[in-house]
Design a protein around this ligand. Structure first.
Ligand code: PLP
Length: 393
């Protein structure tokens, strides 16, 4: 195969999905075809635009029901949700927190906000997320449990928690990870920012962590403009999450009593209104995205040198961002493929740089990251908006 053929073949597959009336297709565009206008208008008409209102309560209830958790607390963005999740499970300054090296920056930054130390873990080719088996073997080597507390033998620091991330909507192998967490006495927090609508063995992601984080940023499968949520099956932690994120104010008709240092991480009612309308549309979004993924899978199966990533066998994924992977002998063409597709108005993007290579995390502890490096070099994200699949759904 000639090099130029692979570039051309990939671009021509992407082009097949480009509607005739569009000059540009984005990676993931929001879609507002339901009750968004009605609900937002209601906020404006009634004046309830800010930090309290009926849509906040309704949005939390809809999230709780959709994900099957006991409590959902809406917050201002996914990064804030992660920050509070870490506090809720007791992560403190100088603790180490395990996370994949291949994730969005928010996962590591939230750990830094606490003053804790990110400790980077390798990924799995099967899920694109943290590899729980490899983590277990690594901890066997470098960690010891004393009096129910896990310590890093090399740094002397406590290893308090692990934050897996369900990459582009594909769940990590949670059962194996839960076993590792129990064995090493480590708290589990799921960064489910990308996996609303993704199920692991029939249950929604976010149910395995003691607490979990969602994001409703503009590029996610459901958006509130900006927003996030904390999920938990622990009612006591759920109450504390609500308290901490609403300035820790003790309920009273007129007095200002705050009983601990809280955060103003409240999701405004106007954003929650948008979220309620978006959640009503989730079944449509998921259906359209599955159709698109299926069509991509068929189309790319005919192109040698590249493969379309499909959900792991234990999962039903939301296919939030579709992924193609170049086989190793062609990964040097990635830049050319990105250039050629973007030149044609077909937005494509490489995956994040490994976080351990960014200046602020260069000195952080990490394990062997060979699979994460392989993924870093070979992944291309391709257009994934629901409307691209709607035409065929
Ligand atoms: C989107 C996202 C977040 C949260 O982002 P916000 O923009 O703060 O809502 C966190 N982690 C991952 C992996 C994400 O993709």
């Amino acid at each position: 195969m000639k090099q130029t053929n692979l570039v051309e073949n990939i671009v021509s597959v992407l082009k097949e999905f480009k509607p005739a009336d569009k000059d540009f297709i984005a990676l993931h565009e929001p879609s507002f075809q339901g009750n968004e206008w009605n609900y937002v208008k209601e906020c404006l008409d009634t004046g309830w635009v800010s930090s309290v209102g009926k849509f906040v309560d309704q949005f939390e209830e809809m999230l709780r029901e959709y994900t099957g958790v006991k409590r959902a607390v809406a917050v201002v963005n996914g990064t804030a949700a992660l920050h509070i999740c870490l506090k809720l499970v007791g992560v403190e300054r100088n603790d180490e927190v395990l996370l994949p090296a291949l994730t969005f920056i928010a996962t590591a930054n939230a750990i830094s906000y606490i003053g804790a130390v990110p400790h980077f873990v390798d990924s799995s080719l099967e899920t694109l997320g943290l590899d729980p088996k490899k983590l277990g073997e690594y901890l066997q080597e470098i960690a010891e449990v004393k009096n129910g507390v896990c310590y890093n033998k090399q740094t002397g620091r406590r290893i308090k928690a692990v934050v897996p991330m369900h990459t582009f909507g594909h769940p990590v192998d949670l059962d194996v990870l839960v076993e590792v967490c129990e064995r090493f006495k480590i708290e589990l927090i799921e960064d489910a920012a990308e996996s609303l609508g993704s199920f692991y063995k029939g249950r929604h992601t976010g149910n395995w962590g003691r607490v979990s984080a969602l994001s409703f940023n503009g590029n996610k499968i459901t958006t509130t403009g900006g927003g996030g949520a904390i999920l938990t099956n622990d009612e006591e932690l759920g109450r504390w999450a609500k308290h901490l994120t609403t300035t820790a104010k003790v309920p009273h008709k007129w007095e200002f009593v705050h009983d601990e240092i809280g955060y103003n991480y409240r999701l405004p009612n106007i954003n929650a209104a948008l979220g309620c309308a978006q959640l009503e549309k989730m079944p449509d979004f998921l259906k359209q995205k599955r159709v698109l993924a299926k069509l991509y899978q068929e189309a790319f199966s005919k192109v040698a040198g590249v493969s379309f990533f499909t959900e792991p066998n234990f999962a039903v994924s939301n296919y939030w961002l579709n992924v193609i992977r170049l086989s190793p002998e062609w990964s040097h063409l990635r830049k050319e493929i990105l250039q050629a597709s973007n030149d044609q108005g077909l937005m494509t993007r490489p995956v994040w740089k490994l976080l351990c290579d960014l200046p602020m995390y260069e000195g952080a502890p990490k394990m062997d990251l060979s699979v994460a490096r392989e993924l870093e070099d070979s992944i291309i994200n391709i257009p994934s908006s629901p409307y691209l699949g709607a035409a065929y759904a």
